[in-house]
Design a protein around this ligand. Structure first.
Ligand code: ADP
Ligand code: MG
Length: 269
C-alpha cells in the first residue's frame, strides 16, 4: 500500500451533513480504512444510533455492547469501549448501539451537554500510548446535540455532498450551524474538506452540481470525485469497507485517492 505523510498531531474530522443518504457513513469508513492501510492509526467514532459505521467496519454493536452511549451519557472511559478492526491493523472503532437513539433527549439535562464527547476523546487521546493520526466522527442526519458534540470535539468538518439536484439545499443551514459552534463553543472549527459523492459522469446534472460546488468552495472541494459504484454499496453487507472488499475497484481507488489528498493537504492552518 502507498505510504502517506502522517500528521504530527491528531486530526479530528467530523463528517456531517444533516441530509440522510449523502454518503457520510460510506465516506467515514472508507477514508478511515484507506488511511489505516497507508500506515496511519485511525479511530472511527460512530455517533449515529443506526450504527452503520460499526456494521461496515465489522464491529460488534448488539444492544448489550458497551458503546459510545455509555461514554457520552455514563462517563465510561473510552479506552475500554474502543474495539479493534478485524481487518486493518491500525484501525479502531467506538461503536454505536440502538441506545444512542435516546441520547439526544438524555443529553438535554446533563451538565456540559455539548462537550461530553470532547472531554472523553481528549482524555482518551492523552492517555493513549500511541498517537492516533486521525479520528473520524460519523454523524447522524440531524443537527441535534449528538452532532453538536461532534462539532465541539473536532477541528475539521468534512462535508460529503451528493451530486444531485438538491445537493446545495440545506447547506447554508449546515454552514450557519457550524459558524455558531465556532463562535460560541469551538473557535478552531473549520470546514476543511468537501467531498463530492455518488457522482455519475454520464449525467449533465451531476457535472453541473459538481461545478457549482467547486465554484462556491474552491479551497475545500477535493479534486477526487467518488463515483456511484455498486461495489461501494455492496461492501457493508459483508461487514467490510470497499477498500478490503474489492481493493482495485473504481470505488475503492477513488476513496484511496481522496484519502491521499486529505493526508497531503494536511491540517488547516
Ligand atoms: P449517510 O451516512 O449520509 O446516510 P450512506 O453512506 O449510508 O449515507 O449512504 C447511503 C446509501 O448509499 C447506502 O446504501 C450506501 O451504501 C450507498 N452509497 C454511498 N456511497 C455510494 C456510492 N459512491 N455509490 C453507490 N452507492 C453508494
Ligand atoms: Mg450514516
Amino acid at each position: 500500500a502507498q505510504r502517506l505523510p502522517l500528521p504530527p498531531k491528531t486530526r479530528v474530522l467530523t463528517v456531517a451533513n444533516q441530509k440522510g443518504g449523502v454518503g457520510k457513513t460510506t465516506t467515514t469508513v472508507n477514508l478511515a480504512a484507506a488511511l489505516a492501510r497507508s500506515g496511519a492509526r485511525v479511530l472511527v467514532i460512530d455517533l449515529d444510533p443506526q450504527g452503520n459505521a460499526s456494521t461496515a467496519l465489522g464491529i460488534e454493536h448488539r444492544s448489550e455492547t458497551v458503546s459510545v452511549y455509555d461514554v457520552i451519557i455514563g462517563d465510561v472511559p473510552m479506552a475500554g469501549v474502543v474495539q479493534k478492526s478485524p481487518e486493518f491493523e491500525s484501525l479502531y472503532c467506538l461503536p454505536a448501539t440502538i441506545h444512542l437513539a435516546g441520547a439526544e433527549i438524555e443529553l438535554v439535562s446533563l451538565v456540559a451537554r455539548e462537550q461530553r464527547l470532547h472531554t472523553a476523546l481528549d482524555q482518551f487521546l492523552a492517555e493513549s500510548p500511541d498517537l492516533f493520526h486521525y479520528v473520524f466522527i460519523d454523524c447522524p442526519p440531524s443537527l441535534g446535540l449528538l452532532t453538536i458534540n461532534a462539532f465541539v470535539a473536532a477541528q475539521e468538518v468534512l462535508i460529503p455532498i451528493q451530486c444531485e439536484y438538491y445537493a446545495l439545499e440545506g447547506l447554508s443551514q449546515l454552514l450557519n450551524n457550524i459558524k455558531l459552534i465556532e463562535r460560541h463553543l469551538n473557535p478552531v472549527l473549520t470546514v476543511s474538506t468537501i467531498l463530492l459523492t455518488m457522482y455519475d459522469s454520464r449525467t449533465n446534472l451531476a457535472n453541473q452540481v459538481a461545478q457549482d460546488v467547486r465554484d462556491h468552495f474552491p479551497d475545500q472541494v477535493l479534486n477526487t470525485l467518488i463515483p456511484r459504484s455498486v461495489r461501494i454499496s455492496e461492501a457493508p453487507s459483508y461487514g467490510q469497507t470497499v477498500i478490503s472488499y474489492d481493493t482495485n475497484s473504481t470505488g475503492s481507488l477513488s476513496y484511496l485517492e481522496a484519502a491521499a489528498e486529505i493526508a497531503r493537504r494536511g491540517a488547516p492552518q
